[in-house]
Ligand binder design. Structure first.
Ligand code: ADP
Ligand code: NA
Length: 340
């Protein structure tokens, strides 16, 4: 059947979790039992976070994933935030899976410790169906579901001519990175650590090339960080395992982003600073997901790349000023009022 709607629409294929935060005096030690002073439940998972951010940014979006019967409130929460749920499956009792869980011990001294259970996120229909993407113009993928499924969606998106955005988090194994169908991808979003993880996996001879991964970005000057990430992006771009047709965004925490858009014909790498904080830094949880969601919504609107990115950076600034992952993603109106 022909589709009459030419309006851009994004499919997010990814994870949905219930995040349970236990407030504790300290992280539980082996053999110890302690009581939690509070228990907070929130909707989470990178797929859900990013879909929610697309919707908050004003984009039409459906979330494709699986929950258990215990996750119906998450479905309602996402729906009330503007995320379409027609592709969200509640698994039946025979499958016996619960909604994905993150059990987070949150200690008084600020330490965290997390137990993850993939649950329904790792459900795979057998045989694996060919994804139906006819309603969509854009697809957004992460790595919290079976890679097999992510790959089938990415390949189908190429066949159907969608614009694809991939955020490889958590990072894939080196073998999976080398075998990844990069030629299907339009946009890669990585942070600096992930950029160098990719380069490590693609090294032909590990003895001749030394990557410069450093997890403490705050120790580096902006110039140092820009120089080495720029070099990293160019190395990735020309690596035989990768593809020259992939546009790359590398987020640099408080130091903003680098962006590279070779499919536009430009070989320049641009930098934009992080959005200015108007309130104290509170919680960077979900900043990367806020960025990814706002980014796809901007692409869908067809704005100039720099304008899309500035909107993303302002959204992220508001996100880190506030507590929580989804809860801290601002609406488009809030972002626009800060931009002007
Ligand atoms: P990830 O969580 O995926 O590692 P980043 O930490 O790079 O992602 O954060 C994504 C974006 O959020 C950054 O590009 C920046 O715009 C914003 N951001 C993150 N941390 C800060 C911070 N401390 N101050 C200001 N902006 C920040
Ligand atoms: Na936040």
């Amino acid at each position: 059947m022909a589709s009459f709607s030419s309006q851009p629409k994004c499919l997010v294929r990814g994870s949905i979790n219930i995040d349970e935060f236990f407030a504790l005096p300290h992280i539980v030690r082996p053999g110890e039992t302690i009581s939690s002073t509070s228990l907070t439940k929130r909707a989470g998972g990178k797929g859900a976070n990013q879909a929610y951010a697309v919707a908050r940014a004003g984009g039409k979006v459906d979330l494709d994933g699986c929950i258990g019967k215990d996750g119906e409130w998450v479905r309602d929460f996402l729906k009330s935030g503007g995320v379409g749920d027609t592709r969200l499956t509640t698994l039946n009792d025979e499958v016996g899976k619960l909604t994905g869980r993150a059990i987070i011990q949150s200690a008084a001294d600020g330490e965290n410790s997390i137990v993850l259970h993939a649950g329904a996120n790792y459900h795979l229909a057998s045989p694996l169906p060919t994804p139906d993407l006819k309603d969509y113009t854009h697809i957004l993928l992460q790595n919290e579901i079976p890679l097999q499924s992510t790959l089938s969606y990415l390949k189908a998106s190429k066949t159907s001519g969608l614009i694809s955005v991939f955020n490889p988090s958590p990072m894939l194994s080196q073998k999976n990175l080398r075998e990844f169908p990069w030629e299907c991808l339009s946009w890669l979003i990585v942070n600096e650590g992930e950029l160098f993880d990719l380069l490590d996996a693609f090294q032909q001879d590990p003895t001749t090339i030394k990557t410069k991964k450093n997890n403490n970005l705050e120790d580096l000057s902006l110039e140092e960080l820009k120089a080495r990430s720029t070099e990293g992006i160019l190395n990735l771009h020309s690596n035989p395992y990768f593809s020259e047709n992939i546009n790359i965004i590398c987020t640099l925490g408080s130091k903003g982003i680098l962006y590279f858009n070779p499919t536009s014909g430009s070989k320049e790498i641009g930098h934009l600073p992080a959005g200015k904080l108007l309130n104290p830094l509170k919680d960077t949880t979900g900043a990367g997901d806020c960025f990814a969601g706002y980014f796809v919504a901007g692409l869908m609107r067809g704005e100039k790349l720099e304008d899309v990115l500035k909107t993303c950076l302002t959204a992220c600034a508001i996100c880190v000023e506030n507590q929580g992952a989804m809860e801290s993603v601002p609406s488009r109106e809030t972002v626009l009022s800060r931009l002007t």
